[in-house]
Design a binder for this molecule. Structure first.
Ligand code: X2X
Length: 335
């Protein structure tokens, strides 16, 4: 955290001219980590947060966004630890990247738990969301609001995938907790964990055959240009984004500034969620125009994937917490 002393031109003039006692306005600068830049909805969420905070705090707080997980040298699954130790002040982070340190966040990664956007909202905006925020806070980060990376769709360079056996032996890049290895191993694929920084080069050289990411990421990062000709819309999971602050930073702020940060995070998140959802169909059209073969699953094909990944729950529900999973399921059923 860098604290700087700024004197506005006006107060400086007063100092020089009248030697009147002056209360200098202190601007504190904070680092905000993201994985994706503001070319993507994710990075835009962080920029929006920064703008709202700077404006509402009248310059007392300046949030500087560092994209591409650069504060952890691209190693996005170390972001949470780096925040906790104070190397990073704030972040807009994917639940996937924090799930190695916060097991409860694996909830969102359970295959086919959330069928639609209303299901995501029923978790994040309800009791399950509160339990998850409590779990994050318990581990030293203050969570303030939710954003959204989006439903993650499956792409590959080899063939159209419409049933689990199509994944047989395919090398798929995944990130995050070992849950992803379990999901793809269960499907008969050959998953390999790597950071986003390493993913595109691995797709380019053919070191991996496929990957999974939201449509916005596939589109903006031009994943079609690295040989990913086949895209299956299977909506197997979605990763929300969490706006979070290091606990010591949080405790050092006045109540007023805490409120500004929290309200701005909630607003920036809601703005980004609405924006990225509204853009989805145009994004899909763009991807199709580029010649990517898009496979939409029939209800039967979808059910086959659900059945094929069911055993992931046996291992992971106890790690996530049975109560949390049940609370989430009840919220989804009642949506
Ligand atoms: O690495 C990914 O796939 C990304 C950019 O979606 C996340 O950070 C979870």
């Amino acid at each position: 955290m860098k604290a700087k002393l700024y004197l506005s031109a006006f107060t400086a003039a007063i100092c020089v001219g009248f030697t009147a006692p002056v209360l200098a306005q202190e601007t504190r600068e904070f680092s905000v980590s993201t994985v994706l830049s503001d070319a993507f909805p994710w990075g835009q969420a962080a920029v929006k947060w920064a703008e709202l905070v700077e404006e509402r705090s009248e310059g007392r707080m300046k949030l500087t966004v560092y994209p591409n997980a650069q504060l952890v040298s691209g190693d996005q699954t170390r972001e949470f630890s780096a925040m906790r130790s104070g190397l990073i002040d704030m972040a807009v982070a994917s639940t996937i990247n924090w799930s190695p340190q916060v097991p409860e966040l694996n909830l969102f990664s359970l295959p086919f738990l959330m069928p639609d956007e209303a299901a995501i909202d029923s978790i994040t905006q309800g009791e399950a969301g509160e339990q998850i925020f409590a779990a994050i806070e318990q581990r030293g980060i203050i969570p303030l609001g939710w954003g959204e990376n989006g439903f993650r769709e499956l792409s590959n360079s080899r063939k159209a995938i419409s049933e689990p056996s199509d994944l047989n032996g395919l090398k798929i890049r995944v990130v995050g907790s070992p849950l992803f290895l379990d999901t793809f191993n269960t499907l008969g694929a050959n998953p390999t964990q790597m950071s986003w920084a390493d993913a595109k080069p691995a797709l380019t050289t053919g070191a991996v055959d496929g990957q999974e990411n939201p449509l916005s990421v596939f589109d903006v990062a031009r994943i079609d240009q690295v040989g990913q000709q086949y895209l299956t819309l299977w909506r197997y999971m979605a990763d929300p984004l969490v706006f979070g602050v290091n606990q010591r930073v949080w405790n050092s702020l006045s109540e007023e500034d805490q409120t500004i940060l929290r309200e701005a995070a909630v607003e920036a998140g809601a703005w980004e969620i609405a924006k990225s959802r509204a853009e989805l169909s145009a994004t899909l059209a763009t991807i199709k125009e580029r010649g990517v073969e898009v496979t939409e699953l029939t209800p039967e094909q979808h059910a086959a994937f659900v059945a094929a990944t069911a055993e992931v729950y046996e291992k992971w529900v106890p790690r996530i917490g049975e109560e949390l999973v049940n609370t989430a399921k009840a919220a989804i059923d009642a949506r």
